[in-house]
Design a protein. Structure first.
Length: 279
């Protein structure tokens, strides 16, 4: 019964959006955007609190959002970590511990609507603005981003190019917004007319139609040495997208894993990152 409900609830939501679209287009598009940009999870769990409480913390304000930042101080170069969707800074625990042992100064922060930060919705443009504020405050030598955090890291450098950042590490990034939105359309059974209007809504709000927001295209502007890691069996962000990024990024080391999934929570991946930063 629960499985049937999980299957049909998105379809019912889609039908309601289509009905609303027929009588109030603007309201329907706004609701569709809010639904798309609202995470289902990512708040700090009780078992995650202890590790994060060990860090030095500071709360900063960006566009009305209060961002929780964490710092594990050390004497070496600064590494900034950018987590993905439905996640928080605790996802970096093992890598933070390894990098801290190597004398790196570690910075992480919870995205809006995630972890201990405020807010109810998140978009990549908003995340990039938050990332820029953190970069201005802490001036990192390296940035590591996972999933939507990796997507944001590349878009951030497209929008706010920064030669002071020495290297980028990108893990399992989604690549094409158009692909993501096709999945959204399929899940909710939305019409092509609705999606065309929603794409215009994104253009009016963020300056990009779906097909224009391409991390692979943004990667053409990257001048930083980079490490790109993506699993062949990633069932969330297609590996083919990373292949496109690799093609367009002039100075990147591309590693394809097998069996590590989207999360890439493996010691081998952490070791690849540590080795790359030390090169």
């Amino acid at each position: 019964m629960k499985e049937k409900l999980k299957k049909y609830i998105p379809v019912l939501i889609g039908k309601r959006l289509l009905l609303l679209f027929s009588v109030n287009k603007k309201k329907a598009l706004h609701r569709a955007y809010i639904l798309f940009s609202t995470p289902l999870k990512g708040k700090v769990l009780p078992e995650q609190e202890y590790f994060l409480e060990e860090a030095e913390d500071e709360v900063i304000s960006v566009n009305g959002n209060y961002l929780q930042t964490y710092r594990w101080p050390n004497m070496g170069e600064t590494v900034l970590m950018v987590h993905g969707w439905d996640s928080n800074s605790h996802r970096w625990k093992t890598l933070i511990e390894k990098l801290h042992q190597q004398n790196y100064n570690i910075i992480a922060f919870d995205a809006p609507a995630h972890g201990n930060s405020s807010g109810k919705t998140l978009s990549v443009p908003l995340y990039a603005e938050c990332l820029q504020k953190i970069v201005e405050l802490y001036r990192p030598n390296y940035i590591i981003g996972h999933s939507v955090g990796g997507m944001t890291t590349i878009f951030h450098q497209f929008k706010f190019p920064n030669a002071e950042i020495a290297k980028l590490v990108i893990l399992a990034p989604p690549t094409e917004l158009s692909v993501i939105m096709k999945g959204y359309q399929k899940t909710l059974k939305l019409s092509d007319k609705f999606m065309k209007a929603l794409s215009q809504h994104f253009k009016d709000t963020f300056g990009f139609y779906f097909e224009e927001f391409s991390v692979a295209e943004f990667a053409k502007s990257l001048t930083h040495p980079g490490l790109l890691i993506h699993d062949k069996q990633d069932d969330i962000a297609p590996h083919s997208g990373a292949v496109k990024i690799h093609k367009n990024w002039s100075d990147v080391k591309f590693i394809t894993t097998e069996g590590f999934g989207h999360s890439l929570f493996f010691d081998e991946v952490d070791d690849m990152i540590v080795d790359f930063l030390k090169e």
